[in-house]
Design a protein around this ligand. Sequence first.
Ligand code: COA
Length: 366
Amino acid sequence: MTITAKGLDGIIVGDTKLSQVNGEEGKLIYAGYDIDQVAHLSFEEVCHLFLFGNLANTDQKESLKQNLNNRYGIAQKISDFICENALNQDPMSTLRTAVSMLSTFRKEPDITNEAELKDCALDLIAKTSAITAAIASVRQGQSPIKAKPNFSFAQNFLYMSTGQECNETLVKTMDTALVLHMDHGFNASTFTARVVTSSLSDMISAVVAAIGSLKGPLHGGANTAVMNMLMEIGSIENIEPWLDNALSTKRKIMGFGHRVYKTVDPRAKHLKKMSQEWGEKTGQQKWFLMSQKLESLMFEKKGLNANVDFYSASTYYTMGIQPDMYTPIFAVARIVGWCAHIMEQLKDNRIMRPKSNYIGEINKIL
Ligand code: COA
């Protein structure tokens, strides 16, 4: 009998030293460190862990910041493309095409040369941030904004997105959100990047494919969908009748459930705290309170926990970020994981080639 592992459920397709998702205990390990230990570090410190194998010390943090600072510039043609399309296209589609355009302006790295691969990864990380910020800026009626030379990654991302020098609290929240989204085992987009890489295709192709995978509402697209859902529900009183109706029609409730976590998603508790703090700070507690009620009802009625996307939605919303930009922000963080996985795949590669179970006819006659 053929057993089909639909959705590759429970299948281990490879080894990784980058991150471990422990679904039973609700733990996430980043290259040896529990997410709770590293969640409050900066983007640069944790990015350094994934690309260079250790959490950045003070000098390494400064040097990575400067390195990324030298790479934010994007070609005029890409900037023009963003200006022409960002207003009337899904931001993830604009991002996907703009990142793909990067291959016109840089040499493909030699996949056997680690230094060239890292150089490409750093370029992709900086330019994905600049492209995403430019999309946000154009969608708010502004032109793409140039990075500031001495700003950190999170500071520059917010600055390029808004044209404003953001306060420390905003920068700190963005840093934490980026760190929490940086890597997560063989999730759909990371696996996509590894599949593309396994044919010895190039790094930009693998990242573009990963962006396409992240866009879907069952994966990274869920954060935007959560905010749209909260707005559709509208008020705390509406939650229970809305939920009963949604569950009775077998609707998937965005931001809940996970293939691997059988308990609380360890990233969600950090985001829940951030959502509460931002709600209190801005006097917009409604979204946190609605989320909290939905979370307890979902557990009561379906036994399902909130995942990373659930509280990131209300956090970003109260920070003043437009819902359509939540998934691109996810990409700005996850690209670090994608690039690290692409390099890891290349070190011990075998082409990904699962079998399919043919269920069609075999005896048709012409
Ligand atoms: N809302 C309602 N029911 C859900 C649910 C949700 N968010 N997530 C899972 N379920 C139910 C399914 O309907 C199914 O029930 P059934 O066995 O009675 O048919 C069961 O739980 C298993 O769900 P399934 O979709 O098969 O799990 P999966 O492992 O294939 O999918 C997700 C995992 C994350 C894609 C899924 O939970 C989901 O669609 N969540 C909403 C989207 C989301 O938040 N994605 C971000 C993930 S980080």
